[in-house]
Design a protein around this ligand. Structure first.
Ligand code: SF4
Length: 191
């Protein structure tokens, strides 16, 4: 019998493999991020697709929102619930010598951002509280903080004494961030 599994895994934000889960109108690729996925397959990673926390909470017709609107006890609980089955897989792989090489999130997302996320102190309520769309967009900014789901993941891993590097495809600069991810993972593989 030939045993050739590489015993190394990557966890990906759901929409990196299925763009259809994203808020309508946001999409820089047709289905999956081919350049990243083909790299991972070529390098022998098994891929675990994380659930999309927003799709499972608000569905496909949701509006785009910011971190402050999602950082509620209810959404945090939802994130914990959907991550639990994945966490149990991670614990089991970890105990049995498999390498969890990275979690790849989506920078800019209020849920899956790793190092930055979208923020607004005032978003929420009726749209006619504002005069124009430009006024609404003027109150949107990027801040250096994780999205709610990635924060929950990081806490849950910490509670179990598991460390997994967190990387991200940047919604604003996908090509550069994918090049960085490839470089980081290549470096990891050489260790
Ligand atoms: S970034 Fe996260 S929350 Fe947003 S669509 Fe992708 S998986 Fe869903």
């Amino acid at each position: 019998m030939v045993i050739n599994r590489a015993k190394k895994l990557i966890l990906l934000s759901h929409c990196l493999l299925n763009v259809n889960a994203k808020v309508n109108g946001l999409a820089r690729y047709k289905g999956a991020v081919a350049e990243l996925i083909s790299f991972l397959v070529d390098e022998g990673f098994g891929i675990i697709q994380l659930p999309c926390p927003e799709m499972g909470y608000w569905g496909i017709r949701r509006w785009g929102q910011v971190r402050e609107q999602m950082n509620t006890p209810f959404f945090v609980r939802h994130c914990r619930q959907i991550f639990t089955p994945v966490l149990e897989q991670i614990i089991d792989y970890h105990r049995n010598g498999y390498r969890l090489a990275a979690i790849i999130g989506v920078d800019g997302s209020p849920s899956c951002g790793v190092s930055h996320t979208c923020s607004s102190a005032s978003w929420g309520g009726e749209l006619d509280n504002w005069q124009t769309t430009a006024e609404i967009m003027g109150e949107l900014q990027m801040i250096n903080a994780p999205g709610v789901f990635m924060e929950v993941i990081s806490q849950a891993l910490g509670e179990n004494g598991i460390e997994i590097p967190m990387l991200a495809v940047d919604e604003a600069a996908p090509a550069d961030s994918i090049a960085d991810i490839k470089k980081t993972l290549k470096g990891e593989l050489q260790q």
